[in-house]
Design a protein around this ligand. Structure first.
Ligand code: BES
Ligand code: MN
Ligand code: ZN
Length: 504
């Protein structure tokens, strides 16, 4: 599907469908209040025709209302946005997404007239939200379908004959939204890829391929020998039963201008291409979908990629810890004691608590690069779904300012994030009698922040650190019309990009 965004009605369109928005207004007719569609900025002839159309009389601009009609050889779709003052960004995003859903499989091209559907923040913001809705809603993982019946978005074109600054600003808003949402979709693609195709080695290769050519980016990959050299005993213990090499992908983005005030942000991502549980094997039902256990790494990679494409004025490092958690005769057995890169010893009581082992060593490695902040993202605990549901991202960390900036960023882009505390009692619970730490708590309570209490041991002195547990929100968000009903959500990429934008 090809999409055009038009600035106003004067601009000719050659699309199969013209999409016009309308708010709902209440008019006083005598003593009665009557709801009506505003039809603001509609082309005059179309407005006159539509107003006289009997079958359209029930269309009053209510949020979600849709009405197709034909006029002078052109097909139109009128859709409602509800009351103007009640329309927030997320309402607009969802309404636009539902419009896209209604037309994507039945039309090959459509033209949206922007000034009829103005969300808060004017044309630029509207263009940006609409682009997000278009890019995110037309995503579909059809790589392995013989019959690719879903309509993909070919392009969002901005059509404006008015080459004024306003048009330039709108074009810019569209370009930026496209860079971000394309990166969300790249993250979704990685997560949806099955484990027989995406293993640590192929994943690392694909990331390097994807990032190649982006300005300011450097990449390197550490393999098994490097991990041994760095004494990453925890990471290696998870990889012990694998047929593939562990891979630590290390990406850096350096902006074109660097001063001593340039912030250095480090991302760390859990890249478990499959989690069987290891010897503490998952039951069959819980193992299905564990291809998604690398969603944390895909999320931070997506954010990193977007930052580089946008040329944000921050330095960003990205560390992705990749392996599967498999079983063979060499796989780590429960009761094993391993030594982490930072020298701490860990008693492994459950090989299914593997994410924290990989993340711990990668956090040490990231800390050694002396960033100002570290944000990690991981599908770390099933307990996060119990605590916060499948919709909300868990947030933990050691620095209020960082946590508050992340909460604010999530709010700005309408993603759900909620903080859980790390109590001293839970730190104590992660201590072992025969090693410095153990990898699980002594009961099943507070599983999510106890995992964070474990990770905290591997964050370098004085570094502000935040941990995102995306075990719930990383997967399908069926309540969001711009997320596929099944598979990777891509949620939190936009939050992390917004966070980086706020760090100057
Ligand atoms: N990858 C899982 C966490 C997970 C579970 C994410 C379900 C999404 C859905 C993680 O490696 C894991 O297995 N965690 C264990 C920890 C436990 C053994 C302390 C869990 O949550 O059961
Ligand atoms: Mn596990
Ligand atoms: Zn896992």
């Amino acid at each position: 599907m090809e999409i055009k965004l038009n600035l106003n009605s004067k601009e000719a369109t050659s699309s199969e469908l013209v999409v016009l928005g309308s708010f709902a207004t209440t008019e006083k007719k005598g003593k009665k209040e009557v709801k009506a569609a505003s039809l603001t900025n509609w082309p005059k002839e179309v407005k006159d025709y539509f107003s006289g159309l009997k079958s359209a009389s029930s269309f009053n601009g209510d949020k979600g209302a849709q009405f197709f009609f034909d006029f002078e050889g052109t097909r139109y779709l009128a859709f409602g946005l509800g009351e103007k003052k009640a329309l927030g960004n997320e309402d607009a995003r969802k309404t636009f997404a539902n419009v896209v859903k209604a037309i994507k499989d039945s039309h090959t091209s459509a033209s949206f007239q922007l000034d009829t559907m103005m969300a808060k923040g004017g044309l630029e913001n509207t263009a940006s939200i609409l682009t997000e809705a278009l890019e995110l809603t037309t995503y579909f993982f059809d790589k392995y379908l013989s019959n690719k019946k879903q309509a993909k978005l070919k392009k969002v074109n901005f059509d404006s004959k008015e080459k004024k600054t306003a048009a330039k600003k709108i074009q810019n808003a569209i370009d930026e939204a496209q860079k971000i949402t394309e990166s969300v979709n790249v993250a979704r693609n990685f997560v949806n890829e099955p484990p027989n195709i995406l293993n640590s080695e192929s994943y690392a290769k694909e990331v390097l391929k994807d990032v190649k050519g982006i300005k300011g980016v450097k990449a390197k990959v550490l393999g098994k020998a490097d991990l041994k050299k760095h004494k990453m005993g925890m990471f290696l213990s998870v990889n012990a039963g694998s047929a593939y090499e562990p891979q630590l992908v290390h990406l850096t983005y350096t902006p074109s201008k660097v001063t001593k005030n340039t912030k250095h942000i480090a991302f760390v991502g859990k890249g478990l291409t499959f989690d069987t549980g290891g010897y503490s094997l998952k039951p069959g039902g819980s193992m299905v979908n564990m291809k998604f256990d690398m969603a944390g790494s895909a999320t931070v990679y997506g954010a990193f990629r977007a930052a580089a494409l946008l040329g944000l004025p921050v330095k960003v490092s990205c560390f992705l810890g990749m392996t599967d958690n498999a079983v063979n005769s060499l796989a780590t057995m429960p009761d094993s004691i391993v030594t982490a890169m930072n020298g701490k010893t860990v008693e492994i009581l459950n090989t299914d608590a593997e994410g924290r082992l990989v993340m711990g060593d990668v956090l040490t490695y990231a800390s050694n690069h002396k960033p100002d902040v570290i944000i990690d993202s991981a599908t770390l605990t099933g307990a996060c779904l119990v605590a916060l549901g499948t919709e909300v991202c868990g947030l933990m960390g050691n620095d209020d300012k960082l946590k508050n900036s992340l909460k604010k960023a999530a709010g700005n882009v309408d993603e759900y994030i909620w903080e859980l505390p790390i109590m001293q009692e839970w730190r104590d619970d992660m201590k072992s009698n025969i090693a410095d730490l153990k990898n699980i708590g002594s009961n099943r309570f507070a599983g999510t922040p106890k995992a964070a209490a474990f990770l905290e041991n591997f964050v370098g002195e004085g570094i502000a650190w935040a941990h995102l547990d995306i075990a719930g929100c990383g997967d399908s968000q069926a309540h969001l019309p711009y997320c596929p009903p099944k598979g990777a959500s891509g949620v939190m990429v936009r939050t992390l990009v917004e966070f980086m934008r706020s760090q100057k």
